[in-house]
Design a protein around this ligand. Structure first.
Ligand SMILES: [Zn+2]
Length: 277
């Protein structure tokens, strides 16, 4: 099997392709096609959940990443290599309760509403990260890598997990010793959370109002191509490496707001978008 060609980076939600592989997926069936619009959960950085929909009329109950090498296949968490590693074919595996034959040509249909909500959640997540970087910029005491807007990149320096949901996300940042060594001061952060969130929310409001265009740079058609998210904001052009799906303009998000909470050495940011139905 060859690496799956994916069309979701272009915003596609339907397609037709040949089944090129049928593999066991636990007690279920894993179907691989040559080209798919389905976004699978990534095993290395599982931020955006799998698409829902149908393949050949059958419900896709899950959609996971597969890695194929030397005649053996690994799925999801069992993949022993990092996303896109050499020597592997990277597959989108559509999980169904009923098998379909290899060689059959099938229609693939992604649940449009679920996809749109995940795209809104993902774009909002990236904008929120940039707004948070901005609001925390004054807390850095040393030089540190900058984000696309020229602010210290707190998001990249501290993030431990990012989980996207329909119209939202939850990002967790670690405020431990290593971040302090990099020059970040968390002193008095607990008392400043409302002010920081307020500043970020003002900026997010302006970015949504700016109706800024969002696009993905897609260097190749395969699942693990190193795609990049771009957004032309009033402050400048921001970019973030990203394997997911997005809206095409910030105005589609309706409103984006964050809230912050601090728990031991973790800062949690909850982001909500409210796109028009
Ligand atoms: Zn992303």
């Amino acid at each position: 099997m060859k690496s799956t060609i994916v069309t979701f980076p272009d915003g596609r939600i339907s397609g037709r392709s040949e089944i090129v592989g049928a593999v066991p997926a636990g007690v279920r069936h894993g179907l691989v096609v040559a080209e798919t619009p389905f976004h699978p959960l990534d095993h290395t950085w599982p931020d955006q959940p799998a698409d829902r929909g149908t393949i050949g009329g059958l419900p896709v109950v899950d959609c996971v990443t597969g890695a194929w090498s030397a005649g053996s296949l690994h799925l999801g968490e069992d993949i022993p290599a990092r996303r896109g590693a050499e020597g592997w074919q990277w597959l989108v595996v559509h999980v169904t309760d009923t098998p379909l034959p290899v060689g059959a040509t099938v229609e693939l249909e992604v649940d449009a509403g679920h996809r749109a909500a995940l795209s809104a959640g993902h774009t909002a997540c990236h904008l929120a990260a940039l707004a948070l970087n901005h609001a925390l910029a004054g807390r850095w005491r040393k030089e540190v890598a900058l984000d696309g807007l020229g602010r210290p990149d707190f998001d990249q320096a501290a993030i431990t997990s990012s989980r996207i949901s329909p119209n939202g996300s939850v990002d967790v940042y670690r405020l431990g010793k290593s971040l302090r060594k990099k020059g970040f001061s968390a002193e008095g952060l607990d008392r400043a959370l409302d002010e920081i969130a307020g500043e970020a929310n003002d900026r997010l409001k302006a970015w949504v109002a700016a109706d800024a265009p969002v696009r993905l740079d897609v260097p190749g058609p395969e699942l693990t191509a190193r795609r990049t998210w771009h957004c032309s904001l009033p402050e400048g052009a921001a970019s973030i490496p990203c394997g997911g799906t997005h809206v095409t303009r910030t105005s589609e998000l309706g409103a984006v707001t964050i809230s912050l909470s601090l728990d031991d050495a973790a800062l949690t940011m909850r982001t909500t978008a409210t796109p028009a139905a």
